[in-house]
Write a protein that binds this ligand. Structure first.
Ligand code: SF4
Length: 240
């Protein structure tokens, strides 16, 4: 289930070049103007019986089609945090490429983090991993994971894994999705294995090289192909 309190975004790093939502070929959204959506208050919206429209026990993927930490959303984020705090019975999963804006974007009562907030820091290259992850790990957070998405080169995440719960990896999707090497994914999986962390190979992206062969993958088959490699490391809980 997704919650998009606002819409619109614009590139911040190389991983945005072919953004599914706001890149050159974006069909569904395609605009860079940041505006509130009509679902802004969705987590706390109630039906005629006075019950929450969204039942508890769910995971809400938050701002997956924009960025929670956009400066243009600063005025609305306080209200968004208040809704997140009110719904302790829902897990809010937030993935961002703007982790550098985390500290200045926190509510006053954040303390060492809300229990129901799980933040994923996106890294696409080693340079971005080395720039973003030390910051990410320095922040007060109860739950955190790394999203290597889109994975654009070989990464060594080992120095950062002790303080994260999980790693998700995706190749780049879209018509011009850049090549992803199976060997890169396998290396990250081994790093997670050595560190005792869960790992999810979520999607191959459009182009993946397995051994010598480059395979172009239909968008509807990228998740299933990733799963077929059987690289996932689970702890019995749902991967994210
Ligand atoms: S931050 Fe995410 S949503 Fe925004 S342009 Fe980059 S990839 Fe697209």
């Amino acid at each position: 289930m997704n919650w998009e309190p606002w819409t619109g975004c614009y590139p911040v790093s190389t991983g945005c070049n072919n953004c599914y939502f706001y890149g050159p070929n974006a069909k569904r959204f395609g605009q860079n103007e940041i505006t509130k959506t009509d679902k802004f208050d969705w987590p706390i919206r109630r039906n005629k019986k006075g019950e929450y429209c969204i039942k508890g026990g769910k995971i809400l993927a938050t701002c997956f089609a924009t960025d929670f930490f956009l400066p243009e959303a600063d005025l609305w984020r306080k209200e968004a945090w208040a809704m997140i705090k009110e719904r302790q019975d829902i897990d809010f999963l937030i993935i961002t490429k703007r982790i550098d804006r985390f500290k200045e974007s926190l509510p006053e009562d954040w303390g060492d983090g809300y229990d129901n907030v799980n933040i994923g820091c996106t890294v696409e290259t080693q340079a971005l991993a080395d720039q973003r992850l030390p910051l990410f790990l320095s922040y007060p957070l109860k739950r955190r994971f790394i999203a290597a998405s889109p994975l654009l080169e070989e990464l060594d995440l080992s120095p950062y894994l002790a303080k994260v719960d999980h790693v998700t990896v995706c190749g780049e999707n879209g018509r011009d999705g850049r090549l992803c090497e199976y060997a890169w994914i396998e290396k990250i999986q081994k790093q997670c294995q050595a560190a005792g962390k869960t790992f999810w190979f979520k999607s191959t992206g459009t182009r993946i090289r397995t051994q010598e062969e480059v395979v172009k993958v239909n968008p509807f088959k990228q998740g299933a192909l990733a799963k077929s490699f059987q690289l996932d490391i689970t702890d019995g809980k749902r991967l994210f």
